[in-house]
Design a binder for this molecule. Structure first.
Ligand SMILES: [Zn+2]
Length: 141
């Protein structure tokens, strides 16, 4: 299979697997040797494939909002290095806290676990639909 690059991010397919590499992506774009397509992460986003929802709630978030958003972004960046299909599909504030939809179950689970590790609070993780979907709730008042 030919070398490919994602049209929407810095993911590269080397003929065997996808990985995230900004320098290689730019190099391939310059040399025009790669076919432009969508990476597995952007394919999932295009298809609106949501595999996990994380709900973060509680008064603690109001005073640590920026920190919480930074943590979510950092976790997503790290997970992306491991798996280009793992993306945040959508992140929004809903009055009670933050809701994060992900294209990947392990990303949702990781966000919950990292919140518990960084800020304590109460974490619950529910696997639904024969483990095809995960619902993660974290709360700290
Ligand atoms: Zn992409």
């Amino acid at each position: 299979m030919s070398v490919r690059i994602c049209a929407k991010c810095m993911a590269v397919f080397d003929g065997r697997k996808w990985f995230y590499d900004e320098a290689e992506h730019l190099r391939l774009m310059r040399t025009k040797r790669a076919e432009t397509t969508l990476c597995p992460g952007h394919q999932r986003i295009e298809k609106r494939r949501i595999d996990g929802v994380v709900t973060l709630r509680g008064d603690f978030l109001k005073s640590h909002y920026d920190e919480a958003v930074n943590l979510i972004n950092n976790i997503a960046d790290k997970q992306l290095q491991r798996n280009v299909a793992a993306r945040v599909y959508n992140m929004r504030e809903n009055g009670e806290g933050i809701v994060v939809e992900t294209t990947d179950k392990s990303l949702a689970e990781r966000i919950g676990r990292e919140f518990e590790r960084a800020f304590n609070g109460n974490l619950s993780i529910q696997w639904l639909q024969d483990a095809d979907f995960v619902r993660v709730s974290w709360q700290r008042d």
